[in-house]
Design a protein around this ligand. Structure first.
Ligand code: NAD
Ligand code: DAU
Length: 337
């Protein structure tokens, strides 16, 4: 089988390629990535000599380049996106271009080239925000209600993917998953930002009261879920994917990290809240469990500790990505912290 992975140099995409080459070594993979600030080929250095893996630098918005790379592809797994909510508040247009237009360019090329499956990787953020105090969860029937430019652009991409199924019969599947964590996660996101700031002796910015809840999912559980959807998922269907955590707030997450790292709570700095900050996400993953037998296997506490260890052991990786453009972004986002 020949797979086209878009955005394979980013956090989840590179973990997925590492997962796939290990579990399906006979398959051919093309990684098509623009290498924005978030793309990093260091993540895939171990595959440089692998004859079944090819990297092509390119933009999903470029019709000619996409058409060329799509020839002979059996399966597309589409990760490429602008993915950080705070950056979408600073510059929404980049999100509309890549996440909406880029997805449409890919869909049109997949249709022209008779691709056997187009799998779209999306987010639980398209469903909006849950109340802090109730026990409700997102499921496949939850109405879309995106509230940030990022989630609005991902919602737009989901609608286009579904439209290509209903209108043109393109064989698609979609997964909407919760917050991933694990190795190679760019340190603009909360968990790696916290770990690397603490390693640098810097404070950790916690937005508002810190009582925001995310449904943390270890990245390898996510990769396994996509694998199952590709093997056994029903065409035209959406599957929600979530983790094992039970309503852990950001303040609890940072306290866990500080405990693992043997530091006290002086590292916590409450800062101005994110505009439109979604209060709580929680995912009901019973559909993918009942239909495909998937459930998360990696517990939050154990794999958070392993993730801290990974950042400790890979200091060069995060110091390199925290230089250059990151510094400009960090100053604009956080001021002097
Ligand atoms: P990331 O920001 O780490 O990586 C994105 C990758 O896409 C980078 O390698 C970047 O270079 C590439 N890219 C960006 N624009 C491109 C373009 N125009 N053409 C080609 N490549 C381009 O993102 P991530 O956290 O790995 O997320 C991957 C996907 O999963 C995204 O679609 C995101 O919306 C979705 N998702 C992420 C999470 C999460 O917790 N990180 C959760 C749910 C869904
Ligand atoms: O739910 C899935 C989504 O999870 C993905 O679609 C996105 O691509 C991914 O970035 C992530 O979005 P979040 O906004 O939830 O993740 P982030 O790591 O930015 O923030 C997690 C929580 O921590 C959120 O409540 C905001 C808070 N936060 C974040 C940062 C960066 C802070 O308190 N301080 C910070 O400095």
């Amino acid at each position: 089988m020949k797979l086209l992975i878009t955005g394979g140099a980013g956090f989840i995409g590179s973990n997925f390629i590492l997962y796939w080459t290990k579990n399906h070594p006979k398959d051919f993979i093309i990684n098509f990535d623009k290498l924005t600030y978030a793309g990093n080929l260091e993540n895939l250095k171990s595959l440089e000599e692998n004859p079944n893996y090819t990297f092509i630098k390119g933009d999903i918005c470029n019709e000619q380049a996409v058409d060329k790379v799509m020839r002979g592809i059996d399966t597309v797994v589409h990760f490429a996106a602008e993915s950080h909510v705070d950056r979408s508040i600073i510059k929404p247009s980049d999100f509309v271009v890549t996440n909406v237009l880029g997805t449409q360019v890919l869909l049109a090329a997949a249709l022209r080239n008779n691709v056997g499956r187009f799998h779209h990787v999306s987010t639980d953020e398209v469903f909006g925000s849950l109340n802090f105090n109730d026990k409700s969860k997102f499921n496949e029937r939850t109405q879309y209600n995106p509230r940030s430019p990022y989630s609005a652009s991902k919602a737009g991409s989901d609608h286009l993917v579904n439209a290509y199924f209903h209108t043109y019969g393109l064989p698609i599947t979609i997964t909407n998953c919760s917050n991933n964590f694990g190795p190679y996660m760019f340190p603009e996101k909360f968990i790696p930002l916290a770990i690397t700031n603490i390693l640098e002796g810097k404070k950790v910015p916690v937005y508002g009261d810190g009582l925001y809840v995310r449904d943390w999912l270890y990245v390898m559980d996510h990769c396994r879920a996509i694998d199952l959807v590709l093997q056994k998922g029903r065409i035209g269907e959406t599957y929600l994917v979530g983790g094992m955590t039970n309503a852990v707030s950001n303040i609890e997450v940072i306290k866990k990290i500080l405990k693992i790292m043997g530091k006290n709570e002086d590292f916590i700095e409450h800062v101005k809240d994110r505009p439109g900050h979604d209060r709580r996400y929680a995912v009901d993953w019973s559909k993918i469990k009942n239909e495909l037998g998937w459930e998360p296997e990696y517990s939050f506490d154990e794999w958070l500790e392993k993730t801290v260890q990974w950042y400790k052991e890979n200091e060069k990786w995060w110091r390199d990505v925290k230089s250059g453009e990151y510094q400009t972004y960090y100053k604009e986002q956080y001021g002097k912290i």
